[in-house]
Design a binder for this molecule. Structure first.
Ligand code: GLC
Length: 752
């Protein structure tokens, strides 16, 4: 405990010694096989190739022959066939279309030019005696940095030192808590109005992005393995995210019910309590799509069981709720209780499904169920086994699973497994030191693919706490154990925006705050924000005050309900944005800088966000606050509530009492808005609201399908583009012939 007192800052020799590093040196030899340049260095080996005219892969291993393997993050990675390779005395050149990469021989460095302009420069690669590798690239001191996954702090990560090691952090979540549950070693270096370069360091060891120590340089590092990078040279942030998600995949279109309002608590402890919660939603006529079952549903926290006393008839409960339009999502953690009479444990042992030390002995650690074993999700056969175990839930009507504690979290000093536990990637053994950051990703894969197989032609919902780059292909992400602190409401915005810029379009924070006690005002303000974020779940810890919509008083409930209802009105628009995210990788929630990449004023805006391109949300983030300054990017905006017209390229002081969250829509937008519904299972008619654009056209889009199956992939959808001229002529263009719920005749026009 002494480290929590002044003892922690005992006098030291300030500065200390700088970490000693060694350069990889000169390029000693090079081979070009028509696709890949491979070479040896004074220390180690490297390769380089181009994936297209926007992306290059460059990998250096100072200690061994560098392998072409990438992690599970990568789904597409093929060198182009027709790049040109040439050589001069001092350099090698690799060219494809308008991309030219130059490798300097004397001291390895790489420069990438697009259209004759230098877009990226790796000026050095080095290592230390502990096998840590470093890469240094040039960056102007002021150029902002975004992405980097789920990090605390503000939007722009320039000037920070970030490391990635999946960690279960109950407390604290603040600027100094750099390592949280997810590791996404992908940064966007955005030069406003010029280019955006994406740097993806695909290495699952603990990695680092140091934007602090060196002026005009960023140093990336990995505590083992190669410096394996994908460099994406984009025109702007969107273009670079598109590039990144061609490599790591996009967020698949979720089932629509997963975008509705979700209610959770650690835990609703019995069937009766779950029924009471559902009944309260019905009684107060508050829309609801889903209730969660946290760990108390299990028999002594054994996954794939129900506690006979608390949940004697889970089948009936789930069936009954499903019939009322409510999905049930149970939590599933990776720890399997060590109990020789528990079939999951027995099977895991006898089939060698658990993670083991190199001598074959099973690693055990303590989690909720006590001493537990941990599936080795790195093996395909373990993924299959685990996936199929979910039949226990799906046969009862479950279509969604919540994965938690999958960093993996273990209740010990290191907070996780021993680093010398081994994982078997279908034949290739890696240590936990290397595999740690991938554990959650592999578990998400097992869950998602298992559900997909068990519930045919149904899009599963899977939610995960831990993950690595590429996690978006399998799961939505929530930001873990936040608190009912206003600061955490505020911090959730840049966190979710940066997750989006790291490929994860489907994310959210526990509404109301997980730990600590919520207040009526905080619940209102947080629900207002949650209503506009991709994932919308209210969740709270045991022993904290209850924070269901009705928990405080009638007034609070009335306002909370109003915003849950508003969420449902926005679902058609939100769902259309998810369709776009699946197609292009561009996230649902975007920072202003993404849509206005040249606007320097937008660089640091963390407390406003855009839902899609045209809806801007500027929440109240402090108790008692009813006024705030809002930045409006160029153009004209409309106040969602009053219809008032607002000039952009300016700050305005905006008023919003507790009944209101400031929301603005860009002039020229045609917004699809749904009718009030009880949940997404009810048929919802969609109408259009057009926001006038002077004498220019107004435009909008609506994507529709059956909300649940994969039939949309066979063409059963309808994508309607609407163009409305200033004199009232409407043109619609439809792709696909799925029956639409859009009522085009009933259009409301805001503004002149
Ligand atoms: C972890 C999760 C939290 C959950 C709790 C009990 O703290 O982050 O959401 O409620 O475990 O399962």
């Amino acid at each position: 405990m002494l480290e929590h007192t002044s003892y922690a800052i005992l006098p030291s020799e300030e500065g200390g010694t700088e970490e000693q590093v060694h350069e990889v040196g000169a390029v000693e030899s090079v081979k070009w096989n028509g696709k890949v340049v491979e070479g040896t260095l004074t220390e180690g080996t490297f390769f380089l190739y181009l994936l297209n005219d926007q992306i290059l892969r460059f990998s250096v291993h100072p200690f061994e022959k560098v392998s072409a393997d990438s992690t599970l993050a990568v789904v597409e990675d093929e060198p182009v066939k027709d790049a040109d390779f040439s050589e001069s005395d001092a350099e090698f050149f690799l060219t494809y279309k308008n991309l030219q990469v130059t490798i300097k021989k004397k001291r390895l460095s790489i420069t990438a030019q697009r259209n004759g302009k230098t877009a990226f420069q790796i000026s050095g690669v080095s290592f230390n005696k502990d096998k840590k590798v470093f890469g240094t690239f040039e960056k102007d001191a002021k150029t902002p940095v975004y992405g980097l996954g789920e990090k605390s702090g503000f939007l722009n990560k320039n000037g920070e030192k970030i490391t990635n090691w999946n960690t279960d952090v109950f407390t604290p979540h603040n600027k100094d808590t750099v390592e949280l549950y997810q590791s996404i070693p992908f940064a966007l270096i955005h030069d406003p109005g010029e280019t955006t370069t994406g740097v993806f360091l695909d290495n699952s060891h603990r990695t680092g992005f140091d934007m602090q120590t060196f002026k005009d340089r960023v140093r990336i590092s990995a505590e083992g393995g190669p410096l394996n990078t994908y460099i994406i040279l984009g025109e702007d942030i969107k273009d670079t995210i598109r590039g990144y998600t061609t490599i790591t995949g996009t967020t698949p279109l979720p089932p629509q019910w997963s975008l509705g309002y979700h209610q959770s608590r650690y835990s609703y402890r019995s069937e009766d309590e779950v029924r009471e919660v559902a009944a309260a939603f019905e009684k107060y006529e508050i829309p609801l799509d889903c209730i969660y079952l946290d760990i108390h549903y299990m028999n002594d926290y054994r996954v794939f069981t129900f506690d006979k006393d608390r949940f004697p008839n889970a089948d009936n409960l789930i069936k009954e709720l499903n019939e009322r339009g409510i999905d049930v999502v149970p939590i599933v953690d990776p720890g399997v209780k060590k109990d020789v009479e528990y079939p999951v444990y027995r099977e895991g042992v006898s089939e060698k499904f658990f993670s083991t030390y190199i001598d074959g002995s099973i690693y055990c650690g303590a989690v909720w169920p006590g001493i537990s074993a941990f599936p080795d999700f790195f093996q395909s056969r373990v993924q299959k086994w685990w996936g199929h175990l979910h039949g226990f839930y799906t046969e009862k009507g479950v279509r969604g699973i919540w994965n938690d504690m999958n960093e993996p979290s273990v209740f010990n000093e290191s907070k996780t497994m021993d680093l010398d536990v081994m994982h078997n990637q279908d034949g290739k053994l890696i240590s936990h030191r290397e595999g740690h950051n991938l554990y959650g990703l592999y578990m998400s894969k097992a869950t998602f693919e298992g559900l997909k197989e068990l519930i045919p032609n149904t899009r599963p919902f899977s939610l995960t706490r831990a993950g690595y780059a590429g996690v978006q292909r399998y799961s939505a992400v929530w930001t873990g154990d936040n608190r009912s602190h206003w600061e955490h409401l505020e911090m959730s915005l840049p966190m979710i925006m940066n997750l989006g810029m790291s490929g994860v379009a489907f994310s959210g924070a526990d509404v109301g705050g997980f730990a600590s006690d919520c207040t009526p005002e905080l619940l209102v303000r947080w629900t207002q924000v949650g209503a506009f974020l991709p994932y919308f779940r209210n969740h709270s810890v045991q022993d904290s005050i209850y924070q269901e919509p009705w928990a405080f008083n009638e007034e609070t409930m009335r306002i909370v309900k109003k915003f849950i209802q508003l969420r449902y009105q926005f679902i058609p628009y939100l769902y259309t944005l998810f369709h776009e995210a699946e197609k292009s990788g561009v996230p649902v929630v975007r920072p202003l800088i993404m849509e206005y990449p040249e606007d320097k004023e937008a660089i640091d805006i963390s407390d406003q966000f855009l839902l899609g391109r045209d809806v801007m949300v500027a929440p109240m983030l402090r108790p008692g606050q009813t006024h705030r300054s809002v930045y409006f990017p160029e153009g004209t905006w409309f106040d969602w509530w009053s219809g008032e017209e607002i000039d952009g390229d300016k700050y305005h002081l905006v008023y919003a009492d507790l009944e209101t969250i400031p929301v603005f829509v860009k002039a020229g937008t045609v917004l699809p808005v749904g009718d009030e519904v009880r949940n997404t299972k009810e048929q919802q008619r969609v109408r259009l609201i057009a926001f006038s654009n002077g004498d220019r056209d107004m435009r909008g889009q609506l994507y529709e399908d059956d909300h649940v199956t994969y039939n949309y992939q066979k063409g059963e959808y309808v994508l309607t583009d609407v163009v409305l001229s200033s004199y009232g002529e409407m043109k619609t263009n439809k792709q696909g012939d799925f029956e639409s719920n859009l009522v085009v005749s009933d259009i409301k026009i805001i503004g002149k």
